[in-house]
Design a protein around this ligand. Structure first.
Ligand code: SAM
Length: 219
Protein backbone atom coordinates (compact mmCIF):
# COMPACT_ATOMS: atom_id res chain seq x y z
CA UNK A 1 0.00 0.00 0.00
CA UNK A 2 1.23 3.50 -0.81
CA UNK A 3 1.07 6.28 1.74
CA UNK A 4 -1.62 8.83 0.83
CA UNK A 5 -0.52 11.94 -1.02
CA UNK A 6 -0.35 14.78 1.48
CA UNK A 7 -3.33 16.94 0.65
CA UNK A 8 -3.00 19.40 3.52
CA UNK A 9 -2.19 22.00 0.91
CA UNK A 10 -5.19 22.95 -1.17
CA UNK A 11 -3.16 24.19 -4.14
CA UNK A 12 -1.10 20.98 -4.27
CA UNK A 13 -4.23 18.84 -4.18
CA UNK A 14 -5.82 20.93 -6.93
CA UNK A 15 -2.67 20.97 -9.05
CA UNK A 16 -2.46 17.18 -8.87
CA UNK A 17 -6.08 17.03 -10.04
CA UNK A 18 -5.41 19.34 -13.02
CA UNK A 19 -6.75 18.15 -16.32
CA UNK A 20 -4.74 20.49 -18.54
CA UNK A 21 -1.62 22.66 -18.48
CA UNK A 22 -3.56 25.92 -18.41
CA UNK A 23 -5.41 24.96 -15.23
CA UNK A 24 -2.16 23.76 -13.62
CA UNK A 25 -0.44 27.04 -14.56
CA UNK A 26 -3.24 29.13 -13.03
CA UNK A 27 -2.94 27.21 -9.75
CA UNK A 28 0.84 27.66 -9.55
CA UNK A 29 0.50 31.33 -10.43
CA UNK A 30 -1.76 31.71 -7.37
CA UNK A 31 0.42 29.50 -5.16
CA UNK A 32 3.82 31.04 -6.06
CA UNK A 33 3.95 33.67 -3.30
CA UNK A 34 3.43 31.15 -0.47
CA UNK A 35 4.92 28.00 -2.09
CA UNK A 36 8.31 28.12 -0.35
CA UNK A 37 6.83 28.62 3.10
CA UNK A 38 4.45 25.72 2.54
CA UNK A 39 6.65 23.10 0.87
CA UNK A 40 10.16 24.36 1.60
CA UNK A 41 12.31 21.75 3.34
CA UNK A 42 11.81 23.20 6.79
CA UNK A 43 8.05 23.45 6.45
CA UNK A 44 7.31 19.96 5.15
CA UNK A 45 10.60 18.09 5.02
CA UNK A 46 10.48 18.33 1.24
CA UNK A 47 13.89 16.77 0.77
CA UNK A 48 13.79 15.92 -2.94
CA UNK A 49 15.41 19.18 -4.22
CA UNK A 50 18.47 18.75 -2.00
CA UNK A 51 18.79 15.01 -2.74
CA UNK A 52 18.68 15.66 -6.49
CA UNK A 53 21.13 18.57 -6.29
CA UNK A 54 23.57 16.42 -4.32
CA UNK A 55 23.31 13.56 -6.83
CA UNK A 56 23.77 16.01 -9.71
CA UNK A 57 26.89 17.58 -8.25
CA UNK A 58 28.34 14.15 -7.38
CA UNK A 59 28.01 13.25 -11.06
CA UNK A 60 29.48 16.59 -12.05
CA UNK A 61 32.55 16.11 -9.84
CA UNK A 62 33.15 12.49 -10.87
CA UNK A 63 33.02 13.65 -14.49
CA UNK A 64 35.53 16.38 -13.80
CA UNK A 65 32.94 18.84 -15.09
CA UNK A 66 33.04 21.45 -12.33
CA UNK A 67 31.71 23.94 -14.88
CA UNK A 68 28.64 21.84 -15.77
CA UNK A 69 25.84 23.62 -17.57
CA UNK A 70 22.55 22.61 -15.94
CA UNK A 71 18.88 22.83 -16.94
CA UNK A 72 16.42 22.76 -14.04
CA UNK A 73 13.21 21.65 -15.75
CA UNK A 74 10.04 22.56 -13.85
CA UNK A 75 12.20 24.79 -11.67
CA UNK A 76 9.28 26.35 -9.81
CA UNK A 77 10.44 28.92 -7.27
CA UNK A 78 14.05 27.72 -7.52
CA UNK A 79 14.48 25.32 -4.60
CA UNK A 80 16.59 22.97 -6.76
CA UNK A 81 18.61 25.84 -8.26
CA UNK A 82 19.40 27.15 -4.78
CA UNK A 83 20.50 23.68 -3.63
CA UNK A 84 22.64 23.35 -6.77
CA UNK A 85 24.20 26.76 -6.15
CA UNK A 86 25.03 25.78 -2.55
CA UNK A 87 26.73 22.69 -4.02
CA UNK A 88 28.79 25.05 -6.19
CA UNK A 89 27.00 24.80 -9.54
CA UNK A 90 27.73 27.81 -11.75
CA UNK A 91 25.53 27.92 -14.87
CA UNK A 92 21.90 26.97 -14.17
CA UNK A 93 19.02 27.63 -16.56
CA UNK A 94 15.40 27.03 -15.58
CA UNK A 95 12.14 26.39 -17.39
CA UNK A 96 8.65 26.27 -15.90
CA UNK A 97 5.04 26.64 -16.95
CA UNK A 98 4.11 29.29 -14.38
CA UNK A 99 5.29 32.90 -14.87
CA UNK A 100 4.70 33.63 -11.16
CA UNK A 101 6.83 30.66 -10.05
CA UNK A 102 9.55 31.83 -12.49
CA UNK A 103 9.31 35.31 -10.94
CA UNK A 104 10.18 33.91 -7.50
CA UNK A 105 12.98 31.80 -9.02
CA UNK A 106 14.39 34.97 -10.60
CA UNK A 107 14.59 36.60 -7.16
CA UNK A 108 16.95 33.84 -5.94
CA UNK A 109 19.60 35.19 -8.29
CA UNK A 110 21.03 31.70 -8.91
CA UNK A 111 19.67 31.15 -12.44
CA UNK A 112 21.50 32.27 -15.58
CA UNK A 113 18.34 32.16 -17.69
CA UNK A 114 14.67 31.50 -16.92
CA UNK A 115 12.09 30.76 -19.60
CA UNK A 116 8.44 29.84 -19.63
CA UNK A 117 7.85 26.42 -21.22
CA UNK A 118 5.17 23.74 -21.28
CA UNK A 119 6.99 20.45 -20.86
CA UNK A 120 4.03 18.56 -22.29
CA UNK A 121 5.23 19.98 -25.60
CA UNK A 122 8.62 19.98 -27.35
CA UNK A 123 11.17 22.10 -25.47
CA UNK A 124 12.55 25.09 -27.36
CA UNK A 125 16.24 24.34 -26.72
CA UNK A 126 18.85 22.91 -29.10
CA UNK A 127 19.97 19.26 -28.92
CA UNK A 128 22.89 18.49 -26.61
CA UNK A 129 22.93 21.77 -24.68
CA UNK A 130 23.25 20.63 -21.04
CA UNK A 131 25.61 18.44 -18.99
CA UNK A 132 22.90 17.85 -16.40
CA UNK A 133 19.12 18.17 -16.55
CA UNK A 134 17.27 18.09 -13.23
CA UNK A 135 13.52 17.71 -12.87
CA UNK A 136 12.05 17.60 -9.36
CA UNK A 137 8.40 17.45 -8.33
CA UNK A 138 7.13 17.98 -11.86
CA UNK A 139 6.50 14.37 -12.89
CA UNK A 140 3.44 14.07 -10.71
CA UNK A 141 -0.32 13.74 -11.14
CA UNK A 142 -1.89 16.51 -13.22
CA UNK A 143 1.47 18.04 -14.20
CA UNK A 144 3.80 16.58 -16.84
CA UNK A 145 3.43 13.16 -18.49
CA UNK A 146 6.26 10.91 -19.68
CA UNK A 147 5.87 11.53 -23.41
CA UNK A 148 7.35 13.69 -24.93
CA UNK A 149 8.93 15.12 -21.77
CA UNK A 150 11.45 12.38 -20.91
CA UNK A 151 12.64 12.11 -24.51
CA UNK A 152 12.88 15.89 -24.76
CA UNK A 153 14.96 16.13 -21.57
CA UNK A 154 17.32 13.50 -23.02
CA UNK A 155 17.47 15.37 -26.34
CA UNK A 156 18.66 18.62 -24.76
CA UNK A 157 21.29 16.73 -22.72
CA UNK A 158 24.86 16.37 -24.01
CA UNK A 159 26.21 12.92 -24.85
CA UNK A 160 27.42 11.27 -21.60
CA UNK A 161 25.44 13.87 -19.62
CA UNK A 162 22.61 12.93 -17.28
CA UNK A 163 18.93 13.51 -16.75
CA UNK A 164 18.10 13.26 -13.07
CA UNK A 165 14.40 13.29 -12.27
CA UNK A 166 11.96 12.44 -9.51
CA UNK A 167 8.80 10.64 -10.49
CA UNK A 168 6.17 10.20 -7.81
CA UNK A 169 6.08 6.51 -6.89
CA UNK A 170 2.30 6.32 -7.34
CA UNK A 171 2.57 7.08 -11.04
CA UNK A 172 5.96 5.52 -11.95
CA UNK A 173 4.24 2.45 -13.44
CA UNK A 174 0.60 3.54 -13.81
CA UNK A 175 1.52 6.86 -15.44
CA UNK A 176 3.70 5.17 -18.07
CA UNK A 177 7.05 6.56 -16.84
CA UNK A 178 8.70 3.17 -16.30
CA UNK A 179 7.61 2.03 -19.77
CA UNK A 180 8.94 5.23 -21.38
CA UNK A 181 12.30 4.88 -19.63
CA UNK A 182 12.50 1.26 -20.82
CA UNK A 183 11.69 2.41 -24.36
CA UNK A 184 14.48 5.02 -24.31
CA UNK A 185 16.85 2.32 -23.00
CA UNK A 186 15.78 -0.20 -25.66
CA UNK A 187 16.37 2.42 -28.36
CA UNK A 188 19.92 2.79 -27.03
CA UNK A 189 19.38 6.47 -26.19
CA UNK A 190 20.10 6.11 -22.47
CA UNK A 191 21.73 3.96 -19.87
CA UNK A 192 19.64 3.75 -16.67
CA UNK A 193 22.13 4.55 -13.88
CA UNK A 194 19.47 4.17 -11.20
CA UNK A 195 15.73 4.06 -10.65
CA UNK A 196 15.78 3.74 -6.87
CA UNK A 197 13.08 4.86 -4.45
CA UNK A 198 13.94 7.91 -2.37
CA UNK A 199 12.24 9.99 0.31
CA UNK A 200 10.27 12.77 -1.32
CA UNK A 201 8.56 14.43 1.60
CA UNK A 202 10.16 13.03 4.74
CA UNK A 203 7.82 12.15 7.56
CA UNK A 204 4.82 11.70 5.20
CA UNK A 205 6.11 8.38 3.91
CA UNK A 206 5.91 10.00 0.48
CA UNK A 207 8.35 8.35 -1.94
CA UNK A 208 9.52 9.04 -5.46
CA UNK A 209 11.58 7.14 -7.98
CA UNK A 210 14.89 8.88 -8.55
CA UNK A 211 15.67 8.17 -12.20
CA UNK A 212 19.16 8.94 -13.44
CA UNK A 213 19.53 8.46 -17.19
CA UNK A 214 22.91 8.78 -18.85
CA UNK A 215 22.71 9.83 -22.49
CA UNK A 216 24.51 7.45 -24.81
CA UNK A 217 26.43 8.44 -27.92
CA UNK A 218 24.20 8.17 -31.03
CA UNK A 219 22.80 4.61 -31.16
C1 SAM B 1 5.74 20.80 -7.17
S1 SAM B 1 6.38 22.07 -8.16
C2 SAM B 1 8.13 21.68 -8.18
C3 SAM B 1 8.97 22.90 -8.38
C4 SAM B 1 10.43 22.72 -8.03
N1 SAM B 1 11.12 21.84 -8.95
C5 SAM B 1 10.57 22.22 -6.63
O1 SAM B 1 11.05 21.10 -6.43
O2 SAM B 1 10.22 22.97 -5.72
C6 SAM B 1 5.90 21.62 -9.80
C7 SAM B 1 6.27 22.64 -10.84
O3 SAM B 1 5.92 22.09 -12.11
C8 SAM B 1 5.50 23.15 -12.91
N2 SAM B 1 4.73 22.60 -14.03
C9 SAM B 1 3.50 22.04 -13.99
N3 SAM B 1 3.12 21.66 -15.21
C10 SAM B 1 4.15 21.98 -16.04
C11 SAM B 1 4.34 21.88 -17.45
N4 SAM B 1 3.40 21.34 -18.25
N5 SAM B 1 5.50 22.34 -17.97
C12 SAM B 1 6.45 22.89 -17.18
N6 SAM B 1 6.32 23.02 -15.85
C13 SAM B 1 5.18 22.57 -15.28
C14 SAM B 1 4.69 24.03 -11.99
O4 SAM B 1 4.53 25.35 -12.49
C15 SAM B 1 5.55 23.96 -10.72
O5 SAM B 1 6.47 25.01 -10.67
Amino acid sequence: MHAPIPTNNLYLAQARASTDSRHCMELYDKWAATYNAEVGDEAQNYVAPVLVAQAAMKFSLSNGAADSVILDAGCGTGLVGEALAVANAKAIDGIDLSPAMLGIARQTGVYRDLTQADMNRPIDKPDGTYDIVSCVGTFTQGHVGPDPALRELVRVTKTNGIVIATILDEIWVSGGFKAEVEKLKEEGLVNVVTDELIDYVKGHGDKAVLAILEKNPHP
